[in-house]
Ligand binder design. Structure first.
Ligand SMILES: [Fe+2]
Length: 613
């Protein structure tokens, strides 16, 4: 008993020290003054939770598994464990300000949680458990809290010791993106080093050759940049600093190595691991080029734990397939609904950690979706609360896009024989708008002899989808989705238009104004006469079903998957749809044609010609 009392006192002292340290380094935390240690020990002397190892990332890894050991005298099946970072958190409960927010409504949201009996079938009898969780380095320390009362009425019964990565501020999760010029690669990463303590940079150069340094810019944002709850309330978490460096004048197709660094003002250097990438081909270069496209992937926890939008079960499989096939992928487009953080900011770190093997090696180009941007009264085309109060700030900051204005998420990108026009469905695209002008300019400005493969990308379905939601409206797309745009796709002979938002896969015939313009289904020779419309929104988020199959719908799959385009040369393109569960091809088609087939006039695709001869 004496030992237990002594242990209790020591734990209390330790917790006060931890709390003080936390309060000092995270002084802006609104609930940091709540004495959580008193609440813990007042509730149950005999409950405990211990975390090990105390220091993570000793060999500079940015992700590590930890072991939790815990016990409670009166166990219940709905006891749960929350992972908190910073370790010093508030266990008070807050009411939701947004009806889409689910419990537990702890005023400081845990970054994830798991039930105490998850891997412990006898927990209900013994009150003892063991749990392994994977943590990623996200600029702060961690603690683990054991709650009774379920998720709806959480009562804190024990808090663990604090554990931390050896360097919580370390530069992490580099993500590449094409710059505004074809021969520019941008590197964006996250760290805990602000502009008042270090200079961020990238050390890079040809593989095996001389390395040079390029400076990086630094961005961050505060709680006031968020538009509503939970991003502005329980979901807020300090985003640290987001750096971007521009690696210019790259030699086409060359391999480069890079590492990210911070030169602290005291003269020491902090380095990341070494990464590599292949520079993009010159626009129009005739060579093998492979593009992966998907939407709505989100993230999931490899340790099986839960987060607030436990909603992307396919995400880990998709990520795994892409990593396994990475040597056969040149560039990735994730067309909206990026990580479904929905205002729980910690999820962006976890997402960038999940995709790091992909995004650090090939350009990871994103589009904006409803879960990044939409918030009432903030200028989004749809007034839903789907961004959880983020109103675009996270997506626009965490990833670089070569948009003229990153808050208006439309841009073009060249990759060899491909020309991509990326639209932003969360802003108005209809004729007469700024975005419509951009789309027309983007489609019109490509020389199809050199870049024959013209691809239109957007998040919501502006073309065709037979999902029940769209079918019920009779539009088979977003209302007003294709009304104005279809004449542009037709005039500029867009080959493929691709979307996410609907969580499934669907491919149409080449189509114009609801009519199939080509009877072929798998091998298109010569002119298409219309645009093939594809939904590829099944990369991870919970699947949607289909309505009755319309005649323009050629292939549908209600499973997790993604699309891969392979351009062999100016005349041959292979389209493949692969399932994430096995990486195998479940739908495909080829296009074989020559430049004259693109020039050929079809319905509404050529300006009127003179009749003089
Ligand atoms: Fe969406």
């Amino acid at each position: 008993m004496a030992m237990r009392t002594l242990g209790r006192i020591l734990l209390a002292i330790l917790w006060v020290l931890v709390s003080l340290e936390g309060a000092l380094s995270h002084g802006d935390h609104p609930f940091s003054r709540i004495a959580i240690h008193k609440a813990v020990l007042a509730i149950n002397d005999h409950a405990y939770i211990k975390a090990s190892p105390p220091v993570l990332g000793l060999i500079e890894q940015n992700s590590e598994w930890v072991t939790l050991e815990y016990g409670i005298p009166n166990p219940s099946i709905d006891d749960w464990i929350g992972v908190f970072s910073p370790a010093n958190f508030s266990a008070a409960t807050c009411l939701p300000e947004n009806l889409k927010v689910n419990p537990p409504l702890i005023c400081t949201a845990p970054i994830k949680f798991q039930y105490a009996n998850y891997t412990n079938p006898k927990y209900n009898q013994t009150g003892k458990g063991l749990l392994k969780l994977q943590l990623v380095n996200q600029r702060s320390d961690f603690s683990f809290a054991l709650f009774s009362g379920g998720l709806l009425n959480p009562k804190l019964v024990a808090v663990s010791n604090t554990i931390a990565f050896a360097n919580p501020n370390a530069p992490v999760y580099p993500r590449l993106a094409q710059g505004k010029m074809w021969n520019e690669m941008t590197v964006t990463w996250t760290s805990g080093y602000g502009i008042n303590e270090a200079d961020p940079f990238v050390e890079w150069g040809p593989q095996g050759g001389e390395q040079r340094r390029s400076p990086a810019g630094t961005l961050t944002f505060d709680r006031k940049s968020m538009c509503g709850a939970p991003a502005r309330t329980v979901g807020w978490r300090d985003p640290g600093f987001i750096h971007t460096s521009f690696l210019k004048e790259l030699w086409p197709n060359s391999m480069y190595t890079y590492k990210i660094g911070h030169r602290l003002f005291n003269g020491t250097y902090i380095w990341s691991h070494i990464y590599q990438f292949r520079a993009s081909p010159y626009p129009g270069q005739n060579s093998l080029q492979r593009v992966v496209i998907y939407g709505d992937m989100g993230k999931a926890e490899a340790d099986g734990s839960n987060e607030y939008n436990n909603f992307q079960p396919g995400s880990l499989n998709t990520t795994k397939q892409l990593i396994e096939d990475l040597k056969n992928i040149d560039i990735v487009f994730h067309i909206g609904d990026i990580c479904y953080a929905n205002g729980y900011l910690s999820q962006w770190d976890q997402f960038t950690s999940q995709v790091e093997p992909i995004a650090s090696a090939v350009p990871y180009m994103i589009a904006s979706g409803n879960h990044e941007r939409d918030w009432p009264g903030t200028g989004s085309f749809y007034g839903t609360m789907d961004s959880g109060g983020e109103c675009g700030v996270l997506a626009e900051t965490m990833f670089y896009t070569p948009a003229e204005n990153r808050a208006k998420f439309w841009y073009s990108s060249d990759y060899g024989m491909f020309h991509f026009c990326i639209a932003d469905t969360e802003h108005d695209w209809r004729e007469g708008t700024e975005q419509y002008k951009f789309i027309e300019h983007c489609l019109a400005s490509v020389d199809r002899q050199k870049q024959p493969w013209l691809i239109f990308l957007a998040h919501r379905v502006l073309g065709y989808s037979s999902s029940p939601y769209y079918a019920e409206q009779g539009s088979f797309a977003e209302p007003m989705g294709r009304e104005d745009l279809q004449k542009l796709w037709q005039k500029y002979k867009v080959d493929i238009a691709m979307y996410g938002h609907v969580h499934s896969y669907e491919r149409t015939c080449p189509i114009y104004q609801n009519i199939c313009t080509n009877k072929e289904t798998s091998y298109y020779k010569g002119t298409l006469n219309g645009t093939i419309q594809v939904v590829a929104g099944g990369a991870g988020a919970g699947l949607s079903g289909f309505s009755t199959k319309p005649n323009w719908s050629i292939f549908r799959d209600n499973d997790y998957g993604f699309v891969k385009l392979t351009a062999f040369d100016y005349s041959n393109l292979l389209f493949e749809y692969k399932r994430s569960r096995d990486g195998k091809v479940y739908d495909s088609f080829r296009i074989s044609r020559d430049y004259r087939d693109i020039l050929a006039c079809t319905v509404d695709s050529c300006p009127s010609m003179t009749l003089a001869s």
